[in-house]
Design a protein around this ligand. Structure first.
Ligand SMILES: [Zn+2]
Length: 392
């Protein structure tokens, strides 16, 4: 070996310390012989994969009629090697391709040469100029139609019309009486931790729908102060608990479930903006004895995303009412809560029966994903100026 004495620096620390681990790991395959080209290439690919790089075929030659004595050859390189060599000089296009190409100039190269039955692998350059390439598992995106949210048992809405012109977010009964200490729900003997837990998630959802320009409706359950909307059965039922307090009884947040009282109003975190209709309902469903259906029909809304409390009572009742009126509904399961986990899950189960008897069930993440798709695909095409506003 030729030695260049000027290059000998005896004071330098051991060379081995200067070699990063990554270079050590990128071992070239052993120089060996193989019965055929296929097995050689398979061995080389497998070795490269195991050591953090990918071997690709650079070029090859095979014997033909003119040159029958020629050996078959395959030149191989690292997929981080190679360069774009423009035929007509460096145009702007080739400069751009160089800049954006993932090709670097890894010098690693191999030569396979052979005749039938005997193939030899030779390493022409064992060096790589990069660390091991980590293979990330490929995430297969679910096949979703444009304008749909991934949901169970069917992607929603069934006719792929997830747009602000046809779809609304409905936030059900996120009132202090159900979500704050001293409210109606506590006097019914229930813990409010479950209804409180969804508040930050709902804030996120609400913000996204607002910024994407969707219609948003808030509902509140409650009665007229003179109790003229309260049936005797409902009055009896609501007092049928250990506190003996029910609808209309005085509480720390005012009379329980009475319109105009502090406890009856929406919690501050999710308070409606001007222009977001509030539906005051005397019962569980948002359609019975309200103008909700009229408001939705006038606006052309036919798909409802249902969220809020409680899953098994007001959310479920509203979903059933809407379903019978021809609306396509989806419940966002982690944006709803019940006083008991079993009531929450059994309600979701019943929705999914018979191909989605009351609608479909989705999650906040799936909704967010669909909103992103909507923003990037639909809005850009339909209204570029709207897309600019959204990203601002
Ligand atoms: Zn390489």
């Amino acid at each position: 070996m030729a030695t260049d004495t000027t290059d000998l620096n005896m004071d330098a620390p051991s060379d081995l310390q200067d070699i990063p681990d990554s270079d050590i790991q990128l071992l070239p395959p052993p120089e060996a012989t193989y019965p055929d080209k296929t097995s050689l290439l398979a061995a080389v690919h497998a070795h490269g994969k195991a050591h953090g790089y990918r071997v690709v075929v650079k070029s090859s030659s095979t014997p033909n009629d003119q040159k029958p004595g020629r050996t078959s050859k395959v030149w191989l390189r690292c997929d981080r090697g190679g360069q774009y060599r423009p035929r007509n000089g460096l145009t702007e296009e080739t400069r751009k391709r160089r800049r954006t190409s993932r090709l670097t100039d890894c010098p690693f190269s191999l030569l396979a040469a052979g005749t039938p039955g005997f193939w030899t692998l030779t390493i022409t350059d064992p060096r790589h100029n990069h660390g091991p390439v980590i293979e990330r598992p490929k995430v297969i995106p679910p096949k979703l139609k444009k304008g749909q949210i991934a949901a169970q048992p069917y992607d929603w809405p069934h006719d792929a019309t997830f747009t602000p012109f046809t779809t609304a977010l409905v936030i059900i009964d996120m009132q202090k009486d159900f979500c704050a200490p001293g409210g109606y729900l506590e006097f019914q003997g229930h813990d409010i931790s479950a209804t409180r837990a969804i508040v930050p998630k709902l804030q996120r959802l609400l913000q996204s729908f607002r910024s994407a320009g969707f219609a948003i409706y808030h509902t509140r359950e409650g009665h007229r102060p003179d109790l003229s909307t309260l049936s005797s059965r409902e009055n009896y039922r609501s007092h049928n608990n250990s506190s003996a307090l029910g609808i209309g009884s005085p509480g720390p947040l005012g009379r329980l479930l009475i319109r105009g009282e502090v406890g009856h109003d929406t919690i501050d975190e999710l308070y409606p903006l001007p222009g977001e209709p509030v539906i005051d309902k005397p019962g569980r469903g948002a359609f019975a004895h309200t103008d909700f259906e009229l408001i939705l029909r006038n606006k052309g809304i036919k798909n409802l995303l249902l969220t809020g409390v409680t899953t098994d009572v007001c959310v479920s009742t509203t979903m059933r009412e809407a379903n019978d009126r021809g609306f396509d509904c989806v419940v966002v399961e982690d944006a709803c809560a019940a006083t008991e986990p079993s009531l929450h899950s059994s309600t979701l189960d019943s929705i999914k029966m018979e191909g989605g008897i009351f609608g479909s069930v989705t999650t906040i993440n799936d909704v967010m994903q669909a909103l992103e798709n909507f923003k990037t695909v639909t809005v850009k095409k339909l209204a570029p100026q709207m897309a600019a506003q959204m990203s601002a």
